[in-house]
Ligand binder design. Structure first.
Ligand SMILES: Nc1ncnc2c1ncn2[C@@H]1O[C@H](COP(=O)(O)OP(=O)(O)OP(=O)(O)O)[C@@H](O)[C@H]1O
Length: 238
């Protein structure tokens, strides 16, 4: 399978006055079609790693990115002071599509995420779940090979979370796209991921197939800190 991202000994330092080592010695190889969950405590480096994969953060070390179309969706998506459909259409237009084509593609993308009825509403007046679906529509309209999703369902209620999660699962299943996402919801990780990367203090402390990650006996052997994290989150498991 094609290697989409290959990182060896990657370090990322953030901040100017007092730089923080946000990522240390990251070795990671992501292949096409994998769905990789990034988990770990607040500040462990999940968002930074996603930004590194998107090419938004300069790093030291070795980083190879295949020539793929990547789309990133943030926890709080940036939406312009425009209607929902114009948020999608403008994103396509700035990438070189003709305006009429961009508008048609925006309509199709909004239909895909169930937002057609709200197409003319100001994007910033939509609910959190609707805004996240709009951000997914905007990304989907670009037909990415790689989805980078930073806590895509954080701060959504359970129903909105399910809707967004179902869309991500459907996009991945339809296109076989590679997905790298961060999440604090271990249930979601179990449902969506094929592989789990656990970060601790900017380092990868465990990198396991999803079944192995949720097998607490194996997880304890692979990484005591990952094991303690899962036990804390899911005290009723094993
Ligand atoms: N712009 C910045 N300047 C300085 N330090 C930063 C900056 N952004 C993040 N950091 C630091 O880098 C480290 C990793 O942060 P990051 O946001 O990647 O963690 P995270 O795992 O995504 O956390 P969370 O679960 O809270 O979103 C933290 O110590 C954080 O304080």
């Amino acid at each position: 399978m094609t290697v989409v991202f290959a990182l060896r000994g990657v370090q990322a330092r953030l901040g100017t006055r007092r730089p923080v080592a946000a990522l240390r010695d990251i070795d990671l190889c992501v292949r096409a079609g994998e769905r990789v969950a990034l988990v770990g405590a607040n500040g462990s480096g999940k968002s930074t790693l996603l930004r590194v994969l998107m090419g938004l953060v300069p790093v030291q070390g070795h980083l190879e990115r295949a020539d793929v179309r990547a789309a990133m969706v943030f926890q709080r998506p940036y939406l312009m002071r425009l209607s929902a459909r114009h948020n999608v259409a403008v994103a396509l237009w700035v990438q070189g599509r003709r305006w009429s084509q961009a508008c048609a593609a925006a309509r199709e993308a909004l239909a895909r995420v169930g937002l057609v009825a709200l197409a003319d509403r100001p994007a910033r007046a939509l609910s959190g779940g609707q805004q996240q679906r709009l951000a997914l529509a905007r990304a989907w309209a670009q037909r990415p090979d790689v989805w980078l999703l930073d806590e895509p369902t954080a701060s959504l209620d359970p129903q909105a979370r399910q809707e967004v999660e179902a869309l991500i699962a459907a996009f991945a299943a339809e296109t076989g796209a590679t997905v790298v996402f961060s999440s604090h919801h271990l249930g979601q990780v179990r449902r969506l991921a094929t592989r789990v990367v656990y970060l601790d203090g900017g380092r990868i402390a465990a990198d396991l197939p999803v079944e192995a990650f949720f097998d607490l006996g194996r997880l304890a052997q692979a990484s005591p800190s990952a094991h303690a994290f899962v036990r804390e989150e899911l005290p009723w498991v094993g």
